[in-house]
Design a protein around this ligand. Sequence first.
Ligand code: AMP
Length: 412
Amino acid sequence: MRDILAPESSRWRAFTSVFADVVESAGYELIVPPLMEDLGVFSRIGEATDVVTKEMYDFIDKGDRHVALRPEQTASVCRAFVQHRPVTPWKAWYSGPNFRYEKPQRGRYRQFDQVGIEVLGVDDPYLDVEVIALGWEFYRRLGLRQVELRLNSLGEPADRARYVDALRAHFEAAGDDLTPQSRDTLAKNPLRVLDSKRESDARFIESAPTIDQFWSPEAAAHFATVRAGLTELGVPFTIDMKLVRGLDYYRHTTFEFAGGTLDSAQNALGGGGRYDGLVEDLGGPATPGIGFALGVDRTLLACDDEGVFGAPDSAVAVFVVDTAGGAAAMSITAELRSQGVSADRSYENRSMKAQMKAANRSGAEFAVIIGTDELDAGTAIVKPLRTTGDQSTVNRSDLLTDLRSRLQEATS
Ligand code: AMP
């Protein structure tokens, strides 16, 4: 777990606000679920996943409840849906930290942030297009260019079941030539064998049957509409038949955004898909859902690599230097701030030189300087800090107006 300090922290805030702009303009509303839920909420997302079985921060609270810090937010959103029964389609977006006890490395942390959306209550391929296109649009707004969208369809649940049987038969035929780890995975979930990155498994994965051979006509039609829609909207994608999310809930469209600059083991910037059964399992009515989650930490690493979406300028506009005791700085900063002009100052009545140094370091556009002469005369010196312009003396009563027009000029 790490601290995010300025200027990186300003970037995080800007990141969330760009995401909010993109999804709120498409009718998504913010949901803020709790950081902690009953363990049962998360165990529903898959007893066979590492996220649930190995990586959860769970504990017994003082009321003897078995709770867990959330490892992701889809389950919480579905739990909230069951609890509040909002009108469908329910379009929700979220942002915030998740917790997984993973092996930390670049792009993988035990506390990491995600932004995401979920839509509950609609089974329409055009919604799949909307959701994916919003993710794509978000990357575009950040300025990222090297993002690859990988797309697949898992078909209807029955298609998927037939595919799993075929995969099982295929990998079982490989017998002991398959790595022991993959044989282990095979016993639990044949789909996950396709995720194996081990070299000696590669040829069996290469020759494995692909899901398209098992799509029902309805599933094939759904996926054709999704592909046509994305093409129409100018969202490029590649079909990746190996993209089979391991959870039983997934059906139809699944997708992943991969960062072209990142290491292949950690290059997933985000992913999502259509799922069924999660709401029902949490005690609600049968409800289709679709969504995605994008990792903030990793997406910002990709931004660093591509040299885009740097930290926004968070410097104050004005820095007040007061060598006459500090009371004038108190009044002036308070007035400027209350009038919407950001302002800072130094403290402890330091020397002119030290205060000017602080003013320059602050990144402010102007310094307002008050010495004893200015204090007595009811004036202030305004000095540009970012340009070489001359300083001038203004009456205290005109200071706000003067600064406003200078700031406007400086930023125009
Ligand atoms: P998932 O919920 O596992 O599908 O992950 C969605 C996205 O969240 C991934 O593509 C990553 O960008 C990000 N992510 C998942 N786990 C971590 C982690 N431990 N540290 C940083 N980012 C993560």
